[in-house]
Design a protein around this ligand. Structure first.
Ligand code: GLU
Length: 261
């Protein structure tokens, strides 16, 4: 079923894009880009929601410690976002694909008129065969207009571009019934039919220092998406070629079924 999805949002987290020292993991990004380019070649439309701006800025500025204050994060994002796009631009160009940058804040999707403009932009870019690469406009966002992480952003982007599915690439295989980092007997849940309180209770707290999202933000994003008729799947992005499993119709990760539209 997933392989029949035409319009796919692929969300890539900071922990997938960077090494533990914060620098960009170019080998992984290159494999990711090649795989996404192949998705396009196979006839899918792809919208990428990419984190990594703060991480890339931190690495480029060679700071001694990861940014902690809002000002430092916003400054790092300003430096890192262009770094990130330069890398995507170059890698995708190797496979003759064109990327387009879209930076969003929450007030855009909260306003009917601005949302309709963004929808048109997505549709036009996809018609032009581009790969939109979306991030939160971190350098200018503040409380009230913040999505609160790219998991949430990916759900709103999927709604705005009327996507058929969200693939959320993370540093974990999917949703477990308890934290697998602390419990050896934790079991991977392959399908979630409905996001109940029990499902929410499976999610631990925060993610890594570099990424902002933990499992809870992913479940919240899945809730927003599935309630709007869009399924979401969480996959481990450690080896981006796992995306081919989806193309081949194999089931991996955790699939959150959508409510019927
Ligand atoms: N927008 C942030 C960045 O690009 C990341 C937010 C998140 O990872 O959820 O660094």
């Amino acid at each position: 079923m997933i392989k029949n999805c035409k319009r796919i949002v692929i969300k890539i987290g900071t922990s997938t894009l960077t090494y533990p020292n914060g620098a960009l993991n170019l080998r992984r990004i290159e494999i990711l880009v090649q795989t996404i380019a192949d998705f396009k070649n196979a006839g899918h439309e792809v919208v990428v929601v990419s984190s990594g701006a703060v991480g890339a800025g931190y690495a480029k500025l060679a700071l001694s410690e990861y940014p902690k204050t809002l000002e430092e994060k916003q400054a790092c994002a300003a430096v890192g976002q262009s770094q990130l796009m330069k890398i995507y631009e170059n890698f995708f160009a190797n496979y003759t694909h064109t990327v387009a940058q879209i930076l969003m804040t929450k007030d855009v999707v909260d306003d009917e008129h601005r949302l309709s403009l963004v929808k048109n932009t997505f549709n036009t870019l996809l018609k032009m065969n581009c790969i939109p690469i979306v991030n939160e406009n971190d350098s200018v966002s503040c409380d009230g207009i913040r999505f609160g992480g790219n998991d949430t952003l990916s759900a709103y982007v999927a709604i705005a571009c009327d996507a058929d599915i969200i693939i959320n690439l993370s540093d974990i295989d999917g949703l477990y019934d308890k934290d697998p980092r602390k419990n050896n007997d934790a079991k991977l849940i392959s399908r979630v039919e409905k996001i109940t309180d029990e499902v929410v209770s499976y999610a631990g707290g925060a993610g890594t220092e570099r990424g902002t999202g933990g499992m809870l933000t992913k479940i919240n994003a899945a809730k927003i998406a599935t309630e709007n008729g869009i399924p979401m799947i969480i996959l481990n992005g450690e080896n981006p070629r796992i995306l081919y499993d989806i193309l081949d119709g194999k089931h991996t990760g955790t699939y959150f079924a959508a409510k019927r539209r």
